[in-house]
Design a protein around this ligand. Structure first.
Ligand code: MLT
Ligand code: ZN
Length: 484
């Protein structure tokens, strides 16, 4: 480090401390470590400092200061990205800006059915605040206790209720975001109709902090469901699951809130890693579905619909066994088994993460063909396949065989297996990232699945909003020759 750059760093750090306060500015590597390593412990970065601003004004001042110094900023919420999108790289020249102190529920408007939140509110706190006001905020993902609304927005989070309510884009009426030079963009108006030009908020949603830092949002609220019916169903195969979903939509329409596919190895993994949990069905099955129906009331009507779906499924040979939730506790137990699949993989050292979406009409064939290709490359891999089949989204996560070290399995197979699975999805007009985003993990894969025009437009937008490439650099946009 030259004397000039050391002076400049010292000035920057002094400026950051003046803005956020000494206690909210970390510079020691040990203190910064939880913010520079991702939650799966696959990406280990370094930072110049980690700052925890408490207000949008402070975020704006931090950004303006970093902009003047030409210092990159990595925005971070709950640090639950599966794609390495929320941690800095190893260069150590960036400031991590974590929004967890901005955790205010600013307003709940029950007449307008909206709530305005600061970006650092956890999803769990957002859902609890809505419930207290007699409303539902319907985004539902396993990491709700840690993930934050700002991160949910910047990754356009999806989860297990998209089938009924849509993803974060569909649930958002306005956002506030700080631009790389410190200017504040706001559309916190709570309007359901507003055709006054470009819908700028949608640029920031899903851009993974590469265009601006989302600091607040106005989100839609829904009526709280009064009745729930759920079942854990063994199905013949993924084709049968798709047919059962079609039948469920015919019988129950909008009431079908969730329809999750779960492979046998995915359930076995959870039961092995959490022996205190019990299997919903007496025998093991290759394929299962967790279905949930909800409605405003009329529990009996909902139960009858579920029975109707199951009877049809049995009659047509789609369903081989089923356990119906007899209580809310049963429903919760089913969901726990489903939601633990992700962490159970992390505990075994991590799997090959593919997050595919494909038209529903092709998803069963896709699963069969992708499985055959993976097993040809890694014959003993455990096929942990699960996810939001109702949205055409499947988490295709081959896992190491029990007798092989995770590092060895991942080193041998990650690149070739994900290349095969993603390539198949791309050739079938699917997406290589249905809901997890791109981050750094899938950045260069965009070169294989986006057209030159799409990549050029993405870079043009990036350059227009962040000409110095200071916001979350190295994430999302592949640096192809001629594009940077
Ligand atoms: C899930 O559906 O459980 C999440 O997207 C997390 C994951 O796939 O690991
Ligand atoms: Zn998911």
């Amino acid at each position: 480090m030259t004397a000039t750059s050391a002076n400049s760093s010292a000035q920057l750090l002094q400026g950051l401390r003046a803005i956020v306060g000494d206690k909210a500015c970390m510079e020691a590597a040990d203190d910064m470590q939880p913010f520079t390593t991702d939650y799966r412990k696959l990406y280990h970065g370094k930072a110049l400092a980690v700052v925890l601003p408490a207000t949008t004004q402070q975020v704006s001042e931090v950004m303006a200061l970093c902009f003047r110094h030409g210092v990159p900023v990595v925005p971070q919420g709950g640090n639950t990205s599966l794609m390495g999108g929320a941690v800095p790289d190893a260069a150590g020249d960036a400031v991590v800006l974590n929004l967890r102190r901005m955790n205010q529920v600013q307003e709940i408007d029950v007449v307008n059915d909206t709530m305005t939140l600061s970006a650092g509110v956890t999803l769990q706190a957002a859902r609890a605040a809505a419930q207290e006001a007699g409303r539902l905020f319907p985004l539902r993902i396993g990491s709700e206790g840690s993930c934050q609304i700002g991160g949910n927005l910047s990754t356009n989070a999806g989860g297990t209720a998209v089938l009924r309510y849509g993803n974060m884009r569909d649930l958002t009426l306005g956002i506030e975001a700080v631009l790389p030079d410190g200017r504040i963009y706001s559309s916190l108006r709570g309007l359901r109709k507003d055709n006054t030009g470009y819908d700028l908020k949608q640029l920031f949603i899903g851009s993974e902090g590469t265009l601006g830092i989302i600091t607040a949002a106005v989100l839609k609220l829904m009526p709280l469901p009064g009745a729930t019916a759920a079942a854990w169903i063994a199905v013949r195969d993924p084709h049968a699951a798709v047919e059962l979903l079609t039948e469920a939509k015919r019988v129950a329409g909008q009431a079908v809130t969730a329809f999750e596919l779960i492979s046998g190895p995915a359930l076995t993994l959870v039961l092995e890693s959490m022996p205190q949990l019990s299997a919903p069905l007496p025998e093991t099955h290759d394929w299962m579905v967790l279905i949930e129906l909800t409605s405003g009331g009329d529990a009996e009507g909902l139960d009858a619909m579920l029975m109707g779906i199951l009877e049809q499924g049995l009659e047509r040979g789609l369903v081989t066994d089923a356990a119906i939730a007899a209580s809310l506790a049963d429903t919760r137990a089913f969901w726990q088994l489903r939601e633990e699949i992700s962490d159970a993989q992390t505990r075994t050292g991590g799997s090959i993460k593919c997050d595919i979406s494909i038209p529903l009409s092709k998803i069963a064939d896709f699963i069969a063909e992708a499985s055959a290709q993976v097993l040809a490359l890694a014959p003993d891999a455990r096929m942990v396949i699960y996810g939001h089949m109702g949205d055409g989204n499947v988490h295709f996560n081959p896992l190491r065989p029990k007798d092989m070290a995770a590092a060895e399995f991942l080193a041998q197979n990650y690149a070739r297996v994900s290349h095969a699975v993603d390539g198949l999805a791309t050739r079938q007009n699917g997406s290589i990232s249905a809901e997890h985003g791109i981050g750094v993990a899938k950045r260069d894969d965009l070169l294989e699945c986006k057209s030159p025009v799409e990549l050029e437009l993405m870079w043009q937008i990036k350059r227009a909003l962040d000409p110095g490439n200071l916001l979350n650099p190295g994430k999302v946009l592949p640096g192809a020759k001629g594009l940077v």
